[in-house]
Design a protein around this ligand. Structure first.
Ligand code: PSU
Ligand code: MN
Length: 306
């Protein structure tokens, strides 16, 4: 592994002992949730992973290295510093070389997790094909990372700001399995259903782990998407959500928002336009994903010891 990827002693020890480890990203901390909810969420997600019997490895960029397993003070430093770069594989080298702080998206977190040997990662919702992709060409680097790095990503589907049918098609094109955890449908982040199907449904975490392990045992070296819907009690109603999304998309077009700024801009617009309801829902699905990811990491350990 490159010396530019630094694994903390705690995480290195956990991996050596074949303990279940769950990677966590930091872009949702710095760009996805309003301050200080991001830091609170990051610490809470670590606690949930621990409570479910796994070791959390939060990933970010500090002082010229990709850090796998940030300490609390480091996470606080990242969450509270002003100009934190949002990092995907395309600007990862430049941000590391700059020495400045960076938060890792799903794509960059998958890269780092794979480099460290971590197989399970929990996030909120992945990036995907944007609704205006025909004109803007905006397709998240999360999709290409899923095609490249062998990590199981537990998420509540793709963010609902996206074009979900095209996102699901692209996952199929890239050969990324979309496995539903207690769902037949690909979830839509704030909603449990999208009308899109998953490749297969699993109701038990052990059978899910067996399928994930089989994918890699075959030599298929891609990521695996584990689609875990938001709990029913936390779903947003479409009456609240749809008008807010329409307004947010209009505002982004009006302001000419492009590139890495698009997703954070839309999430912030949704927060304002729903009186914070999208943030509450986002936190609920994140907690659920962290718990399922920990259970999956433990189950994967049982599969590989057989
Ligand atoms: N999940 C959330 N909130 C977020 C994200 C995921 O609940 O803010 C972040 C992830 O880091 C994801 C990124 O990789 O949004 C997608 O950004 P883009 O569409 O620019 O690739
Ligand atoms: Mn983009």
């Amino acid at each position: 592994m490159s010396e530019l990827v630094k694994v903390s002693d705690t995480i290195a020890e956990a991996l050596r002992r074949h303990r279940p480890v769950v990677a966590l990203e930091t872009t949702l901390v710095t760009h996805g949730l309003p301050h200080p909810r991001g830091l609170e969420a990051a610490l809470e997600l670590e606690e949930i992973v621990r409570a479910h019997g796994a070791v959390p490895a939060t990933i970010g960029i500090l002082e010229g290295a990709v850090r796998v397993g940030l300490e609390r003070a480091e996470l606080e430093a990242l969450a509270t510093s002003r100009d934190v770069a949002k990092v995907n594989p395309g600007n990862l080298g430049a941000v590391v070389a700059s020495g400045g702080p960076g938060s890792t998206t799903v794509a960059a977190t998958m890269f780092a997790a794979a480099a460290a040997g971590i197989r399970v990662f929990a996030t909120g919702g992945i990036g995907g094909v944007h609704r205006d992709a025909a004109e803007s060409g905006d397709v998240s680097a999360d999709l290409t990372a899923l095609a490249r790095f062998p990590v199981a990503v537990v998420c509540a589907g793709a963010k609902a700001i996206l074009d979900l049918p095209r996102t699901v098609e692209m996952l199929e094109t890239l050969g990324v399995p979309v496995l539903g955890y207690r769902t037949d449908e690909f979830p839509a982040f704030y909603r449990r259903a999208s009308g899109q199907r998953v490749d297969r449904r699993y109701d038990g975490v052990q059978e899910l782990a067996t399928a994930v392990a089989a994918h890699w045992a075959l030599g298929l070296a891609t990521g695996v998407l584990v689609a875990n819907p938001i709990p029913a009690a936390d779903e947003l109603s479409t009456e609240v959500y749809e008008p807010a999304l329409a307004g947010a998309l209009d505002e982004a077009a009006r302001c000419g928002i492009r590139g890495r700024a698009v997703t954070p801009f839309l999430l912030e617009q949704l927060r304002e336009r729903t009186g914070g309801a999208t943030v509450t829902a986002n936190l609920a699905l994140l907690r659920h994903n962290a718990a399922v990811a920990a259970a999956l990491a433990r189950a994967l350990g049982r599969v590989s010891r057989r």
